[in-house]
Design a protein around this ligand. Structure first.
Ligand SMILES: [Zn+2]
Length: 246
């Protein structure tokens, strides 16, 4: 099949002047060879297997060049050429695929391009081109993973390539399991002058009754010293007068 030069082709849009291809005409051509491709054509058309479709006019004839994605492997493309007469009747077809070499090709790729031609009025749907959709790589993607507990995180390390955090201890061996370490830490924080460091919540409040019974070297008990300091058990005459004159 002789086709025009590539430069003679232009993209097909709804305003282009070309013979109308009807479903009946396509059906007649397909039925000539007793194949039932209609459903498959529709499915492939919906799935956007048609990459592009172009047209060139030469004398009485119109040549259609379609590029169809292969079904079996991703990057494969078959070029389909279709020759129509001025009334839109299919004259010749050819396809690059192994199934049919033409001039009366009948494969699904030809069927798909013919089916697409019948959709001219409503606009032929082709596969999206790389510039058709706005680029979005600077927009944050929605995070769909579920959070992992810190202890189940897997750390990478040259000595232990995949070590679970559960058994991971950043301290060197001589710093682990030191006796009295917990008491030392507790003492540091209980005696710290910082106001309310959150770590104090780790430790139970002091037993105030135990303080009174604790051994000490004072001559009076803490209760007596407290009562005396607020002038209840002992008060001088001067202090008494100063309170009364207030
Ligand atoms: Zn084919």
């Amino acid at each position: 099949m002789n086709v025009p030069e590539q430069s003679g082709y232009k993209d097909i849009n709804s305003e282009i002047q070309m013979p109308t291809v009807t479903e009946e005409q396509v059906k007649i051509y397909i039925d000539l060879y007793g194949q039932d491709l209609k459903e498959n054509n529709k499915a492939m058309y919906k799935a956007k297997f048609l990459r592009s479709i172009r047209l060139a006019s030469q004398k009485e004839n119109v040549y259609i060049c379609g590029r169809v994605s292969a079904e079996m492997y991703k990057k494969g493309i078959y070029n389909v050429d279709i020759q129509l007469d001025s009334l839109g009747v299919v004259q010749q077809c050819q396809c690059e695929c192994a199934a049919d070499m033409g001039p009366e090709a009948q494969c699904k790729h030809v069927g798909l391009v013919l089916h697409a031609l019948t959709k001219l009025k409503e606009g032929i749907i082709t596969q999206e081109t790389c510039t058709q959709v706005l680029q979005k790589f600077h927009q944050a993607k929605k995070y769909t993973g579920s959070p992992v507990k810190m202890e189940y995180l897997v750390l990478r390390n040259s000595k232990n390539p995949m070590m679970a955090l559960k058994t991971f201890d950043p301290r060197s061996l001589d710093c682990r399991n030191i006796s009295g370490y917990d008491d030392q830490v507790r003492s540091i924080w209980l005696n710290s002058t910082a106001t309310n460091p959150p770590i104090r919540q780790m430790y139970a409040p002091a037993n105030v009754y135990a303080i009174a019974n604790d051994h000490n070297y004072q001559d009076k008990s803490p209760e007596d010293m407290f009562l005396q300091s607020i002038h209840i058990t002992a008060i001088t005459h001067d202090e008494q007068e100063s309170i009364e004159t207030r």
